[in-house]
Design a protein around this ligand. Structure first.
Ligand SMILES: Nc1ncnc2c1ncn2[C@@H]1O[C@H](COP(=O)(O)OP(=O)(O)OP(=O)(O)O)[C@@H](O)[C@H]1O
Length: 904
């Protein structure tokens, strides 16, 4: 790429470019916004700014190659064999890459003249939402590409289409503006396509938070044209699999954009999207983004997976099973009959533990069929993908036999059993017979077909190894003829086969009688290399045998690939069934190992939980050697009495309010995703939406204060909750002045009770609210039980009827380690406030109370009244007289005395 260019216009214009530079610029300008991986031999090279970016991000050396416009051309390269790792890193950091390959044999280019360049073209655009390789994907997470469209004159305002290219699953949904955020949070797409106009509409309506904006890729408006979409869709899906006219205009537009983008990014490789499932938001239990965060469904509020509900309940044994479990958790059902079908299946496997155990053992060995299938469809698959499909089909057959042996299967398992029974036995046998035990990643270099599968291949391979024997024989003969014992026949990539003798004996071969036979090729420092006519002939035979063998292997691969792809629909159905079975067996296992029960789910407004536990906190407390205190909840209502009940939960900080609130929301979600629940019994009338605002945090990034966020969210709940909803609210109104906060909380409880009539848990520190139970018939007061001992508070985590008489804030502050003088002073202020001020004092009156407080007064901490049993016991101990064993026992005894005193 040696070019000297004038300091004028760049590529194309008056500038004289080398043919390769011209080609580079042409390809680069056709793919704006992408780092261009430009194939040169065994490397992908990057130039100019691309090279600077890649070298900085990947930590690879930036070099120079020729000049452009008088400037050095910056360049860096990544070797082909390691390209995947580098690609992965770039994509994870938000870059997009165009892979440009040589699309003809360099020999062809040479035929056009010595200066002609090899033809190159972009074969694939790699973006976060279009990944298919295992190296780039998390096995247990779906990787969605989504497209959102907006129309100004349809039934709905927006539509979303999304697909996981790695498995082909595709969905569409029409959305109202209100549903956009919820759905975006549920799908959590890796890449979100939209037109600039849609982006503006969403931003204007505050429907595009930074997390999604960062994943947004704006595509030209034409890509969202709903008219043009019809054609794109017809080409994008196999004929007869779906009818684009069944979609709304907005959904057609979104799906058209999605399919078009996938098609362009895969550059003609057959895109294996499945016919879209038309999703309707009403089918699911709606969970908004804030609730997902608050309940820590898939990650904790700190962004960690460990500690989330998903992490705690995912006992699946396959990656596709884990992905399905996550999507069920993200979108539990809202239809009692469908939920009960799932529960029937889980229930069956909790009863037949032998079958469940066997199923799980078989499933464990089943590879990711759907992803392997997609790679093969995109012509990106290798022998290992074929083998994975073979093993998955084999697994399906074994599992199907196990199910066939069971009697009276519930409907879901019956359906799965029927699907799995159709597993193509012949295909599995064929793949197992054809493929070797150890397989290379790529089909390109051969070496994957099992010995004995193809007679002709075995013949060519034998020829190859026979000729190797012939080479050995030839070497022995040449040694005998020349009497050069050190003569060797060797091979390298440049010379092919050659005869090598040490330099000292080389002359012998250059002289008569040998010079007739040995043709000089190369003189090295300590060796001389020759060839002979016989060796050249042998070499040709070996190469031909190798090429012939390779050709046969390629054909075997193509034919196996064809027989797999021919059965795409069937294989996908198997993949779905295997994942569903894994989820069902995993939920049964969860129920048995954690003591979960089957919830009674119906269309009533019941919400009656006995002995409920928090699935994650329970696990944690047990791991710490403590037991979890189970609690009941009774929010059941009916239309006759005007809706569900509302429990006002009071109690000190750290008393377990948040845990109690969240556990009930989680129990509803678990039940509706079709899982057993952590309780001794549960009766739940299907919930349409769950709202949880527990432990809300600042949204400073958005420039909204804690209070503002709280009010926006409370507004969303009051506007959106229905009688069927479950609302779980923690400390509404805490972020503002006491009286404002109290008034807002008061009005919110009234609204939830009188207008919404939903089932609700409302935790508060405003004890004044508890008087609402006297006037509102469906409101009850409960509190977290605590015990005080020597000025310290002991949390019992038990929910009991009644209202807390105080907050124990100072005791909790002591536990947190606030310095003693501060605590003493706080208590003093509190006493004065309590004495002199009634709950209804005006702020002016309170201020005067504060004026009266003695400043800087300090009193020593109050001593406990009466003899302290621990001190008494200590007094009785004579350390000098104790053996180590007695000392330990005394220590245990002391702790026991302390615990008994606390309990009494
Ligand atoms: N039912 C329970 N059984 C055993 N331990 C519990 C129970 N509930 C809560 N805990 C323990 O108490 C800790 C505090 O609980 P939680 O966060 O629910 O309190 P809180 O009253 O909501 O406090 P705050 O108002 O400060 O958020 C938990 O981390 C857990 O370890």
């Amino acid at each position: 790429m040696d070019v000297s260019l004038p300091d004028s216009a760049p590529a194309g214009a008056a500038v004289q470019l080398t043919p390769m530079m011209a080609q580079y610029f042409e390809i680069k300008s056709a793919n704006p916004g992408y780092l261009l991986f430009y194939r040169m031999g065994d490397f992908y090279e990057l130039f100019f700014e691309d090279a600077e970016i890649a070298s900085a991000v990947l930590g690879i050396v930036l070099t120079k190659r020729g000049k452009h416009l008088g400037q050095d051309i910056q360049m860096c390269g990544v070797p082909i064999h390691a390209a995947n790792d580098y690609l992965n890193k770039l994509i994870k950091l938000g870059h997009r890459v165009a892979i440009c390959e040589q699309v003809e044999d360099p020999a062809e280019a040479k035929k056009r003249g010595s200066k002609s360049v090899v033809k190159r073209d972009v074969v694939r655009l790699v973006t976060p939402g279009t990944l298919t390789e295992d190296d780039h994907l998390e096995a247990r997470a779906a990787n969605y590409l989504a497209a959102i469209s907006s129309v100004r004159h349809g039934d709905t305002d927006f539509a979303l289409a999304w697909a996981d290219i790695s498995t082909g699953e595709t969905f569409t949904a029409d959305l109202t503006a209100e549903q956009v955020l919820d759905e975006l949070a549920r799908i959590d797409a890796a890449e979100l396509l939209m037109s600039a106009a849609t982006r503006d509409v969403l931003s204007e309506r505050q429907l595009l938070p930074p997390a999604f904006l960062a994943r947004t890729h704006v595509t030209p408006p034409e890509s969202f044209d709903s008219q043009a979409a019809a054609d794109t869709l017809r080409q994008g899906f196999p004929a007869g699999t779906f009818d684009p006219s069944a979609l709304s205009r907005a959904a057609r537009s979104a799906l058209g954009a999605l399919v078009g983008y996938v098609r362009d990014s895969q550059r003609g490789a057959g895109v294996a999207l499945r016919a879209p499932v038309i999703d309707s938001a009403g089918r699911h239990l709606a969970i908004d983004a804030a609730t997902r965060m608050s309940l820590e469904l898939t990650q904790t509020q700190r962004g960690q997976v460990t500690g989330s509900l998903r992490h705690s309940i995912d006992l699946t044994v396959t990656a596709p099973g884990s992905r399905l479990l996550a999507s069920r958790l993200a979108a539990p059902l809202a239809d009692a009959a469908a939920i009960n079908h799932r529960l029937d299946a889980v229930s069956f496997l909790t009863e037949d533990t032998l079958l469940a155990g066997r199923l799980r053992t078989e499933l464990k060995a089943v590879p990711d069929l759907a992803r392997a299938l997609t790679r093969l469809a995109l012509d990106r698959g290798g022998p290992r993908d074929l083998a994975a499909i073979g093993r998955a089909v084999g697994g399906a057959i074994s599992v199907s036999r196990l199910l066939a042996g069971a009697e009276a299967l519930p409907a879901v398992l019956e359906r799965l059993s029927a699907t799995l029974a159709a597993a193509p036995v012949g295909l599995a046998t064929d793949l197992a017979a054809a493929l070797d035990d150890e397989l290379p990643l790529l089909a390109r270099d051969g070496g994957f077909v099992r010995q004995g599968y193809d007679a002709k291949l075995d013949e060519e391979r034998a020829l190859g190894s026979e000729t190797r024997a012939v080479v050995a024989a030839l070497q022995a003969r040449l040694i005998a003829e020349t009497d050069v014992k050190a003569l060797k026949i060797r091979h390298n990539g440049v010379l092919g086969y050659f005869v090598e003798v040490p330099a000292g004996q080389g002359n012998k071969l250059l002289e008569e009688p040998h010079r007739q036979l040995f043709i000089h090729r190369q003189t090295m420092a300590n060796a001389i290399r020759f060839t002979t006519a016989e060796l050249a002939d042998l070499e040709g035979r070996i190469a031909r045998a190798h090429e012939a063998a390779l050709e046969i292997e390629r054909k075997v691969f193509a034919s196996l690939r064809y027989s797999v792809l021919e059965r795409t629909d069937l294989l996908r159905a198997l993949a779905d069934a295997l994942a569903e079975l894994d989820v069902t067996a995993a939920l049964a296992h969860l129920a048995l190992t954690r003591g979960y029960v089957r919830p009674e789910v119906d269309t009533s407004l019941a919400f009656h939980i006995e002995g409920g536990r928090h699935p994650v906190v329970e696990e944690r407390t047990m791991a710490e050697g403590r037991s979890f205190v189970a609690n009941d909840a009774e929010l059941s209502g009916s239309d006759e009495i005007g809706g569900g009940r509302l429990w006002l939960v009071t109690g000190p900080n750290m008393g377990g309010k948040s845990t109690f609130l969240r556990q009930n929301a989680l129990i509803a979600i678990l039940a509706q995703m079709g899982s057993f629940v952590p309780a001794t019994s549960a009766h739940i009338g299907v919930v349409d939406r769950v709202f949880s605002r527990v432990g809300a945090s600042d949204d400073i990034a958005h420039g909204r204060s804690t209070f503002m966020v709280e009010m926006v969210e409370t507004a969303a709940i009051l506007n959106r909750a229905t009688r069927r909803s479950l609302v779980v609210l923690d400390e509404i109104g805490r972020g503002t002045a006491t009286f404002d906060g109290l008034s807002i909380a008061w009005a919110a409880v009234e609204a939830l009770h009188n207008q919404t009539g939903c089932r609700a848990l409302f935790a508060t520190h405003f004890h004044e609210l508890t008087s609402l139970a006297k006037t509102l018939p469906r409101v009850s007061n409960v509190t977290m039980k605590v015990r005080e001992w020597e000025g310290e508070v002991v949390f019992l985590h038990e929910v009991v009827e009644g209202a807390a008489d105080r907050s124990y804030g100072i005791q909790v502050a002591r536990l947190a380690g606030l310095p003693e003088p501060v605590l003493v002073r706080a208590r003093q202020i509190l006493n004065t406030l309590e004495e002199r001020s009634s709950g209804t004092a005006s702020s002016g009156q309170r201020a005067s109370v504060l004026d009266d407080l003695p400043l800087f007064a300090h009193q020593p901490p109050a001593r406990p009244v009466g003899p302290d049993p621990v001190h008494q016991a200590l007094d009785g101990i004579r350390p000098d007289e104790l053996t180590p064993r007695q000392a330990i026992e005394a220590l245990y005894e002391l702790k026991k005395i302390r615990d008994d005193a606390r309990r009494s």
